[in-house]
Write a protein that binds this ligand. Structure first.
Ligand code: 3UK
Length: 512
């Protein structure tokens, strides 16, 4: 891929202004409930907000701006406004409470905020506790005091704004890690990084067209969602459809209503949506991307049977900004995440950082145009070793360069000397018709060191009793090596997940 960028580069100019300048301003850019914006319209909105930020709110290049909203058009316009003005966009998950917002405001030294009025209570409480946050405006509200509403200022502002000529290596966004463990970390990404992710995975793996309509479930504060639903469609002049609530049901409705052709969501969501296979076959949907968690072979097969579409799996991370191992749908290998994305290199290493032969379990190491840069965080050295990013995942590479996910390195269970990857047992359980969702952990055991314990959410109509435990144990023994079967099984109503839908196995270790 072409990864040479000029010294002066503003990714908002590349993704938004360029289309208007080159005569594509009247193309559809963004749809949402009751909204249809062309590229020119999104640009005008972003420009008005950029003018408000710089002339009314005192923003100067380099300032960090908190963006807090569900996935809606004003969130996208605000993102482009901040980046056009040379600011740094810091998007926060819409469900965060004042205390969590306060942590982000403090770590990122946020000076300005543009937030959805629906989240005003929490943002106001966070602002009261964090004086570095000086100027806040709310959008999408009705009856807000004039001193707080964004739209009245936008109405007076010019729809023209000269995008700030930032350096390619200026930071344009801070992404916070999803917090499966400990205090969140802020990762810094440059204008160049945004263009680099657009030049790698979407061009070589996704291969979407300008007439594609992108849709998805992840919040735009999650770089998986930002890339898949905003940056990638705009890089090719395609369009996005935004959903404020994007559970599996709303997502199927949205695909139908907006004529979406490309969907980004997580494995759990595919499992539920697969029940609507007949309906989905009547839509324009043609490309389905899964990331955030390992995609089980059974979920891939279930989706293909329901819709006829082969899922494009990909592993990415907040630290790397987006996907670095993936595969085209015509090269999918069930059970494998894929191969290194053009532009990236990947290998499996041992504890000493030496590459291990194909077929051996080890730690995943990746290198490419993007990579981990934590903001003021000593944990940088845990992620980056000798120029290689260690993602914290255990992987095996096969002879063809396909990478097969095993577990988070913390989720390898060692029982009586056997290495057991929690996700492999989950995969085996999920293949049973009674299992809706499940999570597997290693439980401390005086005799075996650890034993395999499963938490299972049953599908409606199945009884959570001792017979079911035995049925599931026998089922696992019949499909994977018997020593991997769950010696303990608990039935639960739901599993602990992060705002981005990621399983929090650590919370199952101490069910407080
Ligand atoms: C896990 C996967 C197996 C893996 C992300 C695409 O998930 C994203 O970022 P996060 O920082 O988490 C990173 C970690 O999540 N993971 C993600 N995708 C897969 N494991 N198969 C997968 N396909 O443990 C990784 O280290 O929240 C994903 C694009 C951008 C992202 N930020």
């Amino acid at each position: 891929p072409e990864l040479q960028f000029p010294e002066r580069l503003n990714c908002a100019a590349e993704l938004l202004d360029r289309h208007v300048a080159e005569g594509r301003g009247e193309r559809l850019c963004l749809q949402a409930q009751g909204v249809r914006w062309t590229y020119a319209e999104l640009q005008a909105q972003a420009n008005r907000i950029a003018n408000v930020l710089t002339t009314q709110m005192g923003l100067v290049p380099g300032n960090r701006v908190l963006l807090c909203a569900p996935n809606n058009p004003m969130m996208v316009a605000s993102w482009f406004a901040v980046v056009k003005a040379g600011g740094i966009a810091v998007a926060a998950m819409p469900l965060l409470r004042a205390k969590e917002l306060g942590t982000i405001i403090e770590i990122a030294q946020i000076s300005h905020a543009l937030c959805d009025a629906a989240l005003q209570t929490e943002v106001q409480a966070a602002q009261a506790a964090n004086p570095c946050l000086q100027a806040v405006r709310y959008f999408n509200g009705s009856g807000l005091p004039a001193a707080q509403a964004l739209e009245p200022l936008m109405a007076q502002a010019s729809p023209h704004f000269d995008t700030v000529q930032t350096a390619a290596t200026d930071t344009c966004l801070l992404g916070f890690t999803s917090g499966t463990t400990g205090v969140p970390k802020a990762t810094m990404h440059f204008h160049r990084d945004v263009m680099a992710i657009c030049a790698c995975w979407p061009r070589h793996v996704l291969r979407a067209e300008p007439d594609d309509v992108f849709i998805g479930s992840p919040p735009l504060a999650f770089t998986f969602g930002l890339g898949g639903q905003v940056l990638f469609p705009m890089a090719i002049g395609a369009s996005m459809a935004l959903l404020e609530k994007a559970g599996p049901v709303q997502l199927v409705d949205g695909i139908e209503q907006f004529g979406a052709t490309v969907v980004f969501t997580a494995p759990t969501s595919y499992r539920v949506m697969a029940q609507q296979g007949e309906r989905l076959r009547q839509t324009r949907l043609r490309k389905c991307v899964s990331a955030g968690e390992a995609l089980n072979a059974s979920t891939r097969a279930l989706w293909k049977a329901a819709t006829g579409i082969e899922i494009i799996d990909g592993i990415g991370s907040t630290e790397m900004l987006h996907i670095f191992i993936s595969h085209r749908e015509d090269e999918a290998r069930p059970g494998a995440t894929g191969r290194a994305v053009p532009g990236y290199r990947a290998k499996v290493v041992d504890e000493q950082g030496r590459e291990v032969p194909p077929g051996t379990v080890g730690k995943l190491a990746v290198q490419g145009p993007t990579g981990c840069r934590y903001l003021n965080d000593s944990r940088q050295t845990q992620y980056v070793h000798a120029g290689w990013n260690l993602t914290g995942d255990a992987y095996v590479m096969d002879a063809d360069g396909y990478f097969v996910y095993q577990a988070r390195t913390d989720d390898m269970i060692i029982s009586s000397g056997y290495n057991i990857a929690a996700p492999e047992v989950e995969d085996a359980l999920l293949a049973h018709a009674a299992v809706a969702e499940c999570a597997v952990i290693g439980l401390p055991d005086s005799e075996r060191g650890q034993i395999v314990k499963a938490f299972v959410v049953l599908r409606p109509g199945f009884a959570a009793d001792a017979d079911m435990v035995k049925t599931l144990q026998d089922f696992v023994k019949s499909t994977v090596a018997p020593y991997k079967y769950p010696r303990a099984v608990d039935f639960v109503a739901q599993l602990p997940r992060t705002a981005t839908g990621k399983l929090q196995r650590f919370r199952l270790h101490s069910p407080a």
